[in-house]
Ligand binder design. Structure first.
Ligand code: 2AM
Length: 478
């Protein structure tokens, strides 16, 4: 056998990944359920490197050097289980099945456990960067055993994106499903980033009265500062684009109903289970679903809103700077929440994830790649036990400086009737965390009143219950 690695599932992501390996000098066995795809890949791109096309699973496995490394790039869900069931009986102890799809991390846990019992390494691996990234360098987030990473790491690192400092955007995230979990949160953060950018655009358009072309320029200027990122860059491109058929700004001819494939929803569902507030991501997922409820929007379209004039040109200029601050502060909060979620899962599942390493590998290749991620890496380098990004001195300073602008943008949005659930939720979270006292004390009182759920006191240890329906004496219950 000659192949260093194999890829099965040769739709665009799988084909591009196989080509990426071949272009980096690895011999790649390629296989697909429908053999026409395998043939097409080798016909079109065979000259890019060494491919070993295989028609059957047996041929594919026989082409691989041991320990065998098989990357599965099929549709997440039943197809993944079907492929595992097909290949597992053909493999030997120590071989590796790498699932590069967007699997739910609980499926990955189940599959890893089942294959581990057969002596096979199952490596759930997050791969971010879309089709382009798969070909030219994605961010790669492998889970699975430390042993499997020894055999896979060098190959994966060779095809991964490189961060600005030259280091590969690939690291062993942690055991079993740690890689797929972290990829899921990456996508959740991506939802939040996109929502915050959308809110900034909406404010610049509807409150400041700027045209899409002018807003594109504003985003371009933001992209030279602390917001420098792939998403801000493509936002400017999309806003500057004109529809060829009508000559209208492209954003004005696109139906305003956002779709989703589900990783954002998974992030929020998992956050609820872990008890971690990720309000930024949740608002982003809900904002997409609000946009998609055409029936509700039509039914409510006659409801009154505030009567407000757009800002004067001078006010509009100043407003743009405040929106930048609000966007930045909200982004810091949403990343703080995302990192808390990764930390909570790491503790819950015993993954021991290096939180700084996660930010380091997101500096390149993936959709949320940004200069900003190097700041998060630095914050965890300074304090690996950092409880929240908001406690990092530099981030705290910046958010503190931004807060006046942030508050004024949220109040202006409310006054003008422009929804900013992302900015508002982020600000509410910031104010909740820094509050000396929260009204949760009252909530506890209510719970004790109607359900005898007991409460703790600020001045004494133990749990207490007040006899609400009797003489209102207090008894200690624990
Ligand atoms: P196909 O070309 O034979 O349809 C994306 O759909 C990729 O997943 C394709 O390569 C597709 O193979 C593969 N795929 C989908 N369902 C599959 C299954 N049950 N078994 C094997 N491959 C599957």
């Amino acid at each position: 056998p000659t192949a260093h690695i194999g890829v099965t599932g040769l739709a665009v992501m799988g084909s591009n990944l196989a080509r990426n390996f071949a272009r980096h000098g690895h011999t790649v066995a390629v296989h697909n359920r429908t053999t026409a795809r395998t043939k097409a890949l080798v016909d079109e791109h065979g000259h890019e490197g060494a491919f070993v096309p295989a028609e059957t699973a047996e041929e594919f496995v026989a082409a691989l050097q041991k320990p065998r490394r098989i990357i599965v790039m099929v549709k997440a869900g039943e197809a993944t289980d079907a492929v595992i069931d097909e290949f597992a009986p053909l493999l030997d102890e120590g071989d590796m099945i790498v699932d590069g799809g967007n699997a739910h991390f609980l499926d990955t846990r189940r599959r890893e456990k089942a294959l581990r019992e057969k002596g096979i390494h199952f490596v759930g691996t997050g791969i971010s960067g879309g089709e382009e990234g798969a070909l030219n360098g994605p961010a790669i987030m492998p889970g699975g055993s430390v042993e499997s990473y020894k055999a896979l790491g060098p190959l994966l690192e060779s095809i991964a994106a490189k961060a600005p400092d030259g280091s590969p955007c690939c690291t062993h995230i942690g055991p079993d499903a740690a890689g797929h979990f972290v990829k899921m949160v990456h996508n959740g953060i991506e939802y939040a980033d996109m929502q915050l950018i959308a809110e900034a655009y909406d404010l610049l358009r509807r409150v400041a009265g700027h045209s899409p072309a002018r807003i594109a320029e504003i985003f371009r200027s933001w992209n030279t500062g602390r917001l420098d990122s792939y998403l801000i860059e493509i936002t400017a491109e999309v806003l500057a684009h004109t529809d060829a058929a009508t000559g209208a700004p492209f954003v004005d001819i696109v139906a305003d109903e956002a779709e989703q494939k589900g990783t954002g929803r998974w992030t929020v569902q998992s956050a609820l289970d872990l008890g971690v507030p990720v309000s930024g991501i949740a608002e982003a997922v809900f904002a997409r679903s609000v946009s998609g409820h055409r029936d509700l929007r039509r039914a409510a379209s006659a409801l009154p809103g505030p009567r407000r004039e757009a800002l004067s040109p001078a006010e509009a200029e100043e407003f743009a700077a405040r929106v930048e601050a609000a966007l930045y502060a909200s982004k810091v909060v949403s990343y703080a929440q995302g990192w808390n979620m990764i930390g909570a899962a790491s503790a819950e599942y015993g993954w021991d994830i290096d939180l700084g390493a996660v930010s380091a590998i997101w500096r390149g290749g993936c959709i949320i790649r940004a200069a900003f991620l190097d700041r998060i890496r630095a914050a965890f380098a300074a304090d690996p036990q950092l409880p929240t990004l908001l406690a990092d001195e530099d981030f705290a300073d910046e958010v503190g400086t931004a807060q006046d602008a942030w508050r004024s943008v949220v109040s202006t949005a409310v006054a003008h009737g422009v929804p900013t659930p992302g900015f508002s939720a982020a600000l509410a979270y910031y104010d909740a965390l820094r509050a000396d006292r929260l009204p949760a004390a009252l909530t506890q009182g209510q719970r004790d009143f109607f359900g005898a759920h007991t409460y703790r006191r600020t001045d004494r240890a133990g749990s207490f219950h007040t006899l609400w329906s009797g003489d209102r004496d207090e008894e200690q219950t624990g």
